[in-house]
Every structure is written in C-alpha cells, then in structure tokens.
Ligand binder design. Structure first.
Ligand SMILES: [Zn+2]
Length: 109
C-alpha cells in the first residue's frame, strides 16, 4: 500500500510547517497518475498523525486528472487513469501532468 509512504511524507511536511501549532485541516491535490485511493489515504492519515500536532485533523484530497501529449498526432488529452493511450490509438505519449502531489493549504492555530 503505497498510500502509507506518501501520506507519511505529507504528514512530516505538515508537522514541520506547523512549527508546534495545532493542525486542523489539510488540503491535498493529488494527480490521478499517483494512483492514490483517497479512502486509503484518509485511513493512513489518521495513523500517521496519531501523537502529532496534526492528530484529529481533517484531510481533504482533491484528485486531479493527468494530462498527456501524443507524439504521433500532437493532440493534448486528459488521463483519467494509468492507461497511457491517445484517443488516436498511439501509445507514444508524453505525460505532462498528473504525477504530482502538493499540499494546497493547511489550517493551524
Ligand atoms: Zn494521438
């Protein structure tokens, strides 16, 4: 379950930025190509935040579709999942978005 490793690094970053303040809410943007299951991430978040300043914080996961460009026909298209195929049938595509994960915002007090 790779959500645990990803979530752990998010929680580490969040706790570092919180600098001892209490964290109430964290909003994440996750590219569809990270293949993260938001429900698993919620579960991992609860485990990873136990005993930290982010314990009990709410996690909002915003999954964004990936995007790719086809080298055969030049078309740009969205990637809802990990199937890297252009609508024209070509598999010669370049992923331009969807592999990133970022912390959009966090609420602290
Ligand atoms: Zn194409």
């Amino acid at each position: 379950m790779h959500e645990m490793a990803i979530t752990q690094s998010v929680v580490d970053a969040v706790c570092e930025h919180a600098e001892g303040r209490r964290v109430h809410c964290v909003r994440l943007e996750v590219g569809a190509l990270c293949a993260v299951v938001p429900d698993s991430m919620q579960f991992c978040f609860e485990l990873a935040t136990a005993g930290t300043v982010a314990e009990g914080a709410r996690l909002d996961v915003d999954v964004r579709p990936g995007a790719a460009r086809c080298r055969t026909c030049g078309e740009n298209f969205l990637l809802p999942d990990l199937i890297l195929l252009c609508p024209c049938g070509s598999a010669d595509v370049e992923v331009v978005a969807g592999r990133d994960l970022k912390i959009l915002s966090m609420e602290v007090s």
